[in-house]
Structures are given as C-alpha cells and as structure tokens.
Design a protein around this ligand. Structure first.
Ligand code: ASP
Length: 694
C-alpha cells in the first residue's frame, strides 16, 4: 500500500527529505510534481466542480477521453505547448495551430502566465520520442477543443516557479501566491492529512470527543505572557488562552473523560525565534490514566497518523530522565541523532597542578566537563574555535578550551601544553579520542558547564555538517520522552523563588509528595515532554486533582493569587477524577516531518518574528471612534518619546494605569533579517539572547 491516503506528492530524482540549508525545491521544477495515487481509496477531487479531472491525474489509461480541466498557466513553449498546473500536477496542452481554432490559439498564446483557464479537449499520446519520463503525465498531452480565460493574471511580484529567489518577506506579503508553490501545497496538505488521521485515531478508534473551548478567556497565573483583548467594561480585559489547560481539566470534572481538540493557542512571546504568536496544538486530556497510559496513547497516535512516505515509526519511544538529559546533552530536549555526549572528566583532574581546574573542583557543584568533536581538528578552523570561545563567554560566562590530544600539525592551545602525560592519556581513553578529534573542555558549576557544552555540541554539529561531515541522517526521526522533571525550578529573575517547570496544575511524583511541604525544590513531577530530533514537540502531565493540594501549590509554593483560579479550585472539590494529558505542537511537528526550514512554512498565513502579518499589515491602528467603547486611550510613540512602541494606556475607573505595549505600524527595516533566521553560530547569537541555561 504505497499511498493509502489517496493523494501524495512524488519527488523525482530526490532521495530523501529536504535538509535545512540544503534546498527548498524550486516551484514548478520539472523534478518535482504532484500526482494522484493509483489507489482505489482516493478522494473524489472532481466532485461538484466543472472539471472532469485534475491536471496531475491523467495517464495513458485516459487516452481518447474528453476531459475538462481548470488550472493556472505554468509556462508556454513557442506558442506550441502550454503547461497547465493545478494542485495535483502538470499537464501538457497542445495549442491548436489550424485556422478553425484561431480564437483558442489566440487565448492560449496571449493569456499571461499564472492566468487561470478552463479547457476542454481529448487526451492523446505524445508522438514517439517526445515523452517526458520526468513527468507523471509525460506520456500524454491534451488536444484542446475549447478554452475559456477564467481570470487573467497581472504582472506578478515574483516568478512563482523561481522559488529560491524570493525573500521570505515578499513571500509573506503575497502569501496567496506563495501558497501556489508545490512546497506549500505539499506542507499544508500533509498537515491536513495528519490531522485527519489523528481525529480518526482519537475519536473513531479510542472514543475521544472533540470539544471546542473559548478563545476569549481571562488572565492565568504563571506561564507565558498572554495577549489581552479590551472589553466594553471599563478596565476589564479578556486574555487569549495560552492553551485550553483549565478548560480541558474542567471537562474532566464534567465527565467528558476523553477530550481532544485541534486548539489555537496564543502567547505574546514576541522575541523568541521560531515561535508564532498564534499556534496550534493537538490538545488531549483523559481521566483515569497514568503517565504510561498517556505516553502509549501518543505513540499510537503518531504511528497511526505518520505520513506513509516517511520511514515508519518504531514504538515505544525511548525515554530519558531530565537529569540524564542535562548531564549528557546539556538541554532538556536532546538531539539524539548523533553522539558527542558530554562527559564528566572531574576525576581525571583531582590531583591536577592546573590552578583554575583545581579551584573549580573545590567549588560546590564544581565540575570539569568535555565534549569530543570527531574530526574537529580537521574540519574546524582556528577562527571557529575563537568564535566558540567568545560565544561561551558572552552567553554563559564560561571559559571553554579546545584540546588537541591526537592531532598532527601544531594548533594554538595553551591548555593542551599544560596537561600532564597521564592526564592526556586518561582523557584519550575515557573519551575514546581518535586522530584529528578535538575535545572542548570547560570547568564550572555542573549545570552551567553542561549547558554551555550542550549548546556548543549543537553548534559544532552544524559546523561539521556545513563542512560536509554526515552526522545526522536527514531521513531519521528520533523521538524521545524526557521524564522526571523537577516540579519547580528557581525563577530566572530571582532564584530564591520557585516557578513551575511545566505549569501549576502538574502533580508531584507519587514518591516525592511528602517533600512538597518541606523541600519543594526537590520534588520530581509527573511531567513528560516529547522531543523529536532535538526539538520539544509536546509536553504534558498528570494533574493535581485535589483542591487542597492545588491550593497549597498555588498559594504556598508559587505565591500566586488563588482568587484568579477559584473556579478551578472549586471544581476540583466536586468529585474531580484523577486525570492527565498532553499537548503536541502541530506546527513544529509538521515542520520537522516536512524538513521545512521554518514553522512559517507549514502555516498558511503566518506572522513574522515580530508578530506582523505582512500581507494585511496587522496589527493596525484603530480610529478614535473604534477605540472609544473600550475606555482606553492610545499614546503614540511621539508622545511617549519611544520610537519602537506604541503604548496603549488604559484608564480604568480605578485610577490604576496599565501600560500594554503593542507593535507600531511603522515598517521595521530589520523585518527581513528577523524572518531569515540562519542556523550559523554568529546569526544565532543575534537572535538568542536567552540561551537555555536553566
Ligand atoms: N497545556 C499544556 C501546554 O500547553 C500541555 C499540557 O499539560 O497538557 O504546554
């Protein structure tokens, strides 16, 4: 069953998924086109429409049939042939040359490229020797009888087939044209099919109920920053939900013990790269379940909905504790497609004479950590090592030194010279150092040392790959559960205070409940994250279902205002069942599956990095009359003396003044830069002010 979904895309001369940086297929390139599967279970793509067939579905088996096709003019060859395109593919149309069909010829020769036409004609064989084996429809062509210009196309802002030459800003400004590209067609159709299979799995096979929850909600304590929506009551605002978390828990109380929703969520986290202010989750909650039950459900869901043109998934997915993830990969979302794990070499240096190493080992939590980069001495240049060192200092305040332990030729490395022979050989044997490998060493507080090496591990992998080393199989999908997170983490802004590692509704690990009341920072949770190829694609937890415990966590540990959640606390007291759930980030998941360079490539109408819609210019100004019912007053940038923001000042009936920053309409000259995130170290440095150094 090669293509049981009916519709699939075929990539000719193309061996694997698209690699980041390597290519985005050219739109309309002859190497790539859409086709219908030969399966019987195909959807009827022609029902209710004036066409009889799609352009991409025609084959020799249709010879002699009279067909009506609708599509866009992809290109024309010497007034003789025209290539018509629809979402299924391309078909060659012979432009009639005889006098009797002069009007059809005129129309087909004069209609601008990308005009939309309707044709009726007969499917005929191409003359021998003129077949095109690169086109699925390459054995046949259409002999036209009638043609109608449905709509002409004006001069385009970019050539649609010239995919590589468009800036992303231009693609977003004319998104409806960009959507015509075969890449966007593939991405969005694959997304739709996956969601359909997910619905089928959850609702039809496992009895889940698809329930919509409100989008106008109220402020929630903790978590991400929310967008606010003014109401007509002075000083009162709605908030757009970060996720349907509270509602799905309330549905459990309401007896809908298996809920799911393709949920739109909103987070005002403008400055984080690769995020969208609005995004979509596959949101799931169920009652009477434990962590293993949710994990199994998700594994089954992904296996069931996994695109058939990708390598099939093997379940169950491997699992790693949060502590292991940080120790060996320096992050809670390890990319397990390649090795280069962090190794603690503190024991090798217990009796060292190197002073800064000695000093660090005396510190509480002080450790010496390393990562061995295979072939690093061969592929990385002195300039790369300078950049690496600078990055470590600027972002982690950590010194990192490269060690050349088995390298031919001389490399500048003062620390290597200071090492005793026995230290060198112990490192070589523990790290299994091979010829031309380089070892990055750092000494520091355990977590910080791991974090910096975790980041450098990824940067070095990118650098090696950019120099032609194959480290990660582009066709591989490495799922990983990360489990046993701490329930709370120290707040970044004030480490003496705690915040939830996931969210405040997460239940403590059953063996650690007693610590909640004495040493909350030591409590492990029943929170689990799902990671794919080093990106977090889902997270969830078993929830607190007793009001008393929930109130304690909110009030005593997190110091939150419980009044904001009184509805939830009350509900838990009315016989709330034990429950748990998860949310999968659909955009990121589809982005990884399709190998797209950005999540914007799997969203029909995405926003820029700064939250702008370049097509419609949202967010936009409102007239004073439009604003009037909301009891808010707008201060323009000129009034505030700020050039980058427009502030909205709310004058509530109470004299309280609330300042809500919103984005200006003025063109941001760096919008393009913000859009075009590149994976190189130096570019990342511009955008990642907050490296993951939890
Ligand atoms: N609501 C959570 C989130 O958006 C997921 C969950 O705990 O189910 O991260």
């Amino acid at each position: 069953m090669p293509f049981p979904w009916g519709l699939c895309l075929v990539y000719k001369n193309w061996a694997g998924p698209i690699r980041k940086k390597i290519l985005l297929p050219l739109l309309g390139s002859s190497t790539r086109y859409l086709m219908l599967s030969a399966q019987k279970r195909t959807s009827d793509f022609n029902s209710f429409a004036v066409r009889t067939n799609t352009c991409g579905e025609l084959r020799s088996s249709h010879l002699g049939q009279e067909v009506t096709l609708c599509g866009w003019i992809q290109y024309r060859r010497q007034s003789l042939f025209l290539i018509l395109r629809d979402f299924h593919g391309l078909i060659q149309v012979v432009i009639p040359q005889d006098e009797s069909a002069a009007s059809v010829k005129k129309l087909l020769c004069e209609a601008p490229i990308e005009s939309v036409v309707q044709l009726t004609g007969t499917v005929i064989s191409r003359p021998p020797g003129q077949e095109n084996p690169k086109m699925p429809t390459g054995e046949i062509e259409i002999k036209v009888k009638t043609a109608e210009l449905l709509n002409s196309c004006k001069k385009l802002p970019f050539e649609i087939k010239d995919f590589m030459k468009k800036t992303e800003a231009l693609r977003m400004k004319f998104r409806y044209l960009d959507l015509r590209s075969s890449q966007m067609q593939y991405n969005l159709r694959l997304r739709s099919q996956m969601v359909m299979k997910m619905r089928e799995y959850l609702c039809n096979l496992h009895g889940f109920v698809d329930i919509e929850t409100p989008t106008l909600f109220k402020k929630t304590p903790g978590g991400a920053k929310e967008f606010v929506v003014p109401s007509r009551e002075p000083g009162k605002f709605y908030s757009l939900p970060q996720s349907p978390q509270q509602f799905k828990q309330l549905l459990m109380v309401g007896g809908f013990d298996r809920y799911f929703q393709v949920a739109r969520c909103y987070r005002d986290e403008g400055s984080k790269p690769e995020r969208q202010p609005e995004f979509t989750q596959i949101d799931i909650e169920m009652s009477f379940v434990d962590q293993a039950g949710i994990q199994k459900l998700v594994e089954g869901l992904l296996q069931y909905s996994w695109p058939k043109d990708k390598n099939p998934l093997t379940i169950p997915f491997p699992s790693m504790t949060y502590t292991e993830a940080l120790d060996f990969y320096g992050t809670d979302k390890p990319d397990t497609r390649f090795g280069m794990k962090i190794v603690d070499v503190s024991d090798i240096f217990r009796n060292t004479k190197i002073e800064f190493l000695q000093d660090m080992l005396k510190e509480p939590q002080g450790a010496i950590k390393t990562v061995c980069i295979p072939g690093g001495a061969k592929y990385l240049k002195n300039k790369d090592f300078e950049t690496i060192k600078e990055f470590a200092v600027n972002h982690f305040n950590q010194e990192v030194s490269p060690l050349f332990l088995k390298t031919s030729g001389s490399r500048k490395c003062p620390l290597t010279k200071l090492l005793k022979e026995e230290e060198k050989s112990a490192l070589i044997s523990l790290l299994r150092v091979q010829e031309e490998d380089v070892v990055l060493l750092t000494a520091g507080e355990h977590h910080k040392a791991c974090s910096v090496l975790g980041k450098l591990r990824l940067e070095c992998a990118d650098l090696l790959e950019a120099r032609g080393v194959v480290l990660r199989d582009p066709a591989a999908f490495h799922f990983l559960w990360v489990v046993e997170f701490p329930l709370f983490l120290p707040k970044e802004e004030d480490p003496r205070e705690l915040e939830s590692a996931h969210h405040p509704f997460t239940a403590p690990h059953p063996s650690d409940v007693h610590l909640l009341y004495t040493e909350p920072e030591k409590v492990r949770s029943q929170h689990y994250d799902l990671v794919l190829n080093g990106s977090e694609i889902g997270g969830g937890s078993i929830r607190i279902h007793k009001a008393e415990q929930q109130q304690y966590v909110l009030e005593a540990v997190l110091k939150e205002d419980v009044k904001l959640l009184s509805h939830l606390l009350q509900a838990l007291d009315f016989g709330a069942p034990p429950h748990g759930g998860i949310a999968l980030g659909l955009d990121r998941l589809v982005c990884l599956i399709t190998g797209s360079p950005s999540i914007r490539d799997v969203i029909a109408f995405p926003k820029t990095f700064r939250g702008h819609d370049l097509m419609s210019n949202a967010p936009d100004y409102l007239s004073p009359e439009d604003i009037e019912p909301y009891h808010i007053q707008v201060k323009r940038a000129e009034d505030t003396g700020r050039t980058d923001v427009q502030s909205v000042v709310c004058e509530a009936q109470s004299s309280q003044r609330l300042i809500l920053p919103s984005l200006t309409k003025t063109e941001n000259p760096f919008e393009n830069l913000a859009l075009d995130q590149t994976p190189e170290l130096l570019d990342r440095r511009k955008s990642s002010k907050n490296p993951e150094n939890k």
